[in-house]
Design a protein around this ligand. Sequence first.
Ligand SMILES: [Zn+2]
Length: 330
Amino acid sequence: MSTANAGAPRGGIDLGGTKIQAVVVDSGHAVLGEARLPTPTEGGPEAVTAAMGAAITEAAHRAGIETDALAGVGVGSPGDVDSRAGTVTSARNLPGWEGEFALGAALEQALGTRTHLGNDVQVATDAEFELGAGRPYRSLLGVFWGTGVGGGIVLNGHPWTGRGAGGEIGHIVVRIGGERCGCGRRGCMEAYAGRASMERRARQAHKKGEKTDLFKIMEERGRTRLMSGVWDRALKRKDPLATRLVDEAIEALGAGVASVQNVLDVEAIVLGGGLGVRLGEPYAERIALAMQPHLFDDLHPPAMHVAALGDLGGAIGAALLARAASVRAV
Ligand SMILES: [Zn+2]
């Protein structure tokens, strides 16, 4: 294992339910190389770890180095992350990953450098806070609108994760006794605004004969799921079902994010995630408008921005973990 060198390039891996994004950055956070691989759909944590190793190795090669020359590799992971123990438990949107898995140790062995784990949404929020749209602020809420709806919180310049499970804004209740959520409860914001829930509702409506081009567009693009690009295309074609479901998602986001704002009173909201980044500014504005009737201090709404680091934010944020650790070690 190489000794940590704070000036050496660092690696970052954003572990998602559909893709693994890896970057290698220099000490100024500039991306030297990147690679993206699909997340394995079977084979459990071992297969996922192998794909993560392949992605960061490819990113390192594009940067002209081997992984053991990296000062460290940070990982933004879903599930219950224990950064001290280097373990991830119950990463439910990953295949066969219900129990605890020593991801840190497995990656270190494969890569020959130190690894550091963090929560995926929190590292993406930290990246926006330090390097992206959140730079002018001391407090912000990251809203990651994608397969689910994740939240990251920064207060007085410091991340807030509670006892480890903080920021789960997707499971704020926006309708008591409402739609069933992926978490098993009812009426969560994610049950209306998460892309997985939106797809489930679209399939039900389509089966009942509601007119939509969503699934035609999906097939044209060679997809089996309603990815963000499919929704974007359908909205541009004014598809009635896509329009209705996205309208309902925005209404749910408005109520849910405004409720968080009423508690935290942050300076800014940064909208990221697959759908958030893809739909961009006009939809961020629509969410801000949908928040307005629910804001207690409606004269002072928070600033609303789209995530400036886009798709790479999660991986760049993960690379920040390696920096923090190597600086601490000096
Ligand atoms: Zn839920």
